[in-house]
Design a protein around this ligand. Structure first.
Ligand SMILES: Cc1cc2nc3c(=O)[nH]c(=O)nc-3n(C[C@H](O)[C@H](O)[C@H](O)COP(=O)(O)O)c2cc1C
Ligand SMILES: O=C(O)C(=O)c1ccccc1
Length: 395
């Protein structure tokens, strides 16, 4: 246990009482508890450009959220839920809660302390963090802020193989425990708001800390990025995404690291099977928060068939649309072992920096703990498809 912010077996109840007692002293929570209000406030506060960047394809984002509404929990009664078990183990890693922070790039456009604020909040709540390749602070700085908190590194597979190998080497040295290769962003999608705002944060030098600090990246330039940022940004835009990537090339990564490799962005059961065939260590079912393929299947709708195909042969994680405790419970019941929290922690960051991220994490975990108990479960390991019914809307 880290400190009083850590998640205990009665976290939900403790948190709830803490808030009510503060209420007695006339103190209301400064951060909205409802994720919808939280989003609204954060968006109001951010610049048009930053809030446009946070958005995605409206229809796919809506589909992600609606998919959760079609599954309903069927609570069971009187099963002694006085002690709850939220921890899980993935490969050899012990996760205190079935939740990790999703990799989200360029956080400097949200808050000046960016990933450092998030890392400190991850540390105080003991929630593992997945750091984006496109972070605004270097992976080494973020590792320092995380202390002994678990961390994974998300890799955008660039066109420069030496750079990819260098990122992986740096991540290993800085204590990252897994590599997450994002498969769904081999090109940036048609992002209506960003195009309308003529806004791409990288062109302004945001989110490039890992690239600019990398010896291989620097070697490829005639002048260091500090002296000639324009050329450095140009080189970045030339190489940072690699649409020619195929399954065969994932073997390259295997040769360069002994860390477990997770593939993020799987939506088809056949792709999940391919990941198993080529010896990958884990899968993250995700549609990138509805930011890549407009009209894509809701990530939750893709989960049951993938869980069936994977049949527990490797760890299955999930993201895209997790907003509250019941969403986590539903994803776990449909076969995920853990979920990634995306935009909600960024809304907390936008409004209150480190404190905001910490509050968002404590709230969602308190909600999960209480929802689990009230549904009649004392451990997340007891959740399965019998926890839910599929309530299809009547047409
Ligand atoms: C602003 C923003 C930046 C993101 N950057 C990355 C990234 O650098 N790497 C990555 O793998 N996913 C990235 N994602 C996707 C998230 O990891 C995650 O899949 C998504 O946020 C989940 O959807 P949700 O936020 O609606 O729950 C980003 C998402 C957002 C909103
Ligand atoms: O914006 C994104 O969704 C994203 O994944 C990304 C891609 C490249 C750099 C930073 C973030």
């Amino acid at each position: 246990m880290k400190d009083e912010q850590s998640i205990s077996p009665s976290h939900g109840l403790t948190r709830q009482m803490q808030v009510y007692l503060q209420g007695l002293q006339g103190q209301r929570p400064s951060l909205p508890v409802s994720p919808d209000v939280l989003e609204q406030r954060a968006v109001e506060q951010l610049s048009l450009e930053a809030s446009g960047y946070l958005a995605g394809m409206d229809d796919t984002m809506r589909a992600n959220l609606e998919a959760f509404q079609r599954w309903r929990i069927v609570p069971r009664m009187l099963r002694d839920v006085s002690q709850r078990q939220l921890s899980t183990s993935i490969l050899k890693m012990q996760l205190p809660v079935p939740l990790l922070l999703a990799p989200i790039g360029v956080q400097s456009i949200i808050h000046p302390e960016a990933e450092l604020a998030v890392a400190r909040a991850a540390h105080s709540t003991n929630v593992p963090m997945i750091l984006s390749t496109a972070s605004s602070r270097t992976l080494e700085e973020v590792a320092l802020a995380l202390g002994d908190t678990q961390r994974w590194f998300q890799l955008y597979w660039s066109k420069n193989p030496d750079l990819n190998a260098s990122f992986v080497r740096r991540a290993e040295q800085a204590g990252y425990g897994a590599i997450v290769v994002t498969l769904d962003t081999l090109l940036l999608s048609w992002r209506e708001q960003d195009i309308q705002n003529a806004y791409l944060p990288f062109l302004l030098g945001e989110g490039l800390a890992n690239y600019f600090s990398d010896p291989v990246f620097r070697q490829a330039l005639l002048q260091p990025p500090e002296e000639n940022p324009v050329t450095a940004v140009r080189y970045f835009t030339d190489i940072f995404l690699n649409p020619s990537l195929t399954w065969e090339q994932l073997g390259f990564l295997r040769q360069h690291t002994s860390l477990p490799i997770f593939l993020k962005g799987i939506l088809h059961p056949d792709d999940a099977c391919k990941a198993i065939d080529i010896g990958m260590d884990g899968i993250i079912v995700s549609n990138h928060g509805g930011r890549q393929v407009g009209g894509a299947i809701a990530a939750l709708d893709a989960l049951p068939a993938i869980a069936q195909a994977v049949n527990k042969q490797l760890p299955l994680l999930f993201d895209s649309g997790i907003r509250r405790g019941s969403d986590i419970l539903k994803a776990l019941a449909l076969g995920a072992q853990a979920v990634l929290l995306g935009r909600p922690y960024i809304w907390g960051l936008a409004l209150e920096g480190e404190q905001g991220v910490q509050t968002v994490l404590q709230n969602i975990l308190a909600d999960l703990d209480l929802t689990l108990a009230l549904s009649g479960y004392s451990s997340i390991s007891q959740l399965d498809s019998s926890t839910l019914v599929n309530a299809q809307p009547v047409h």
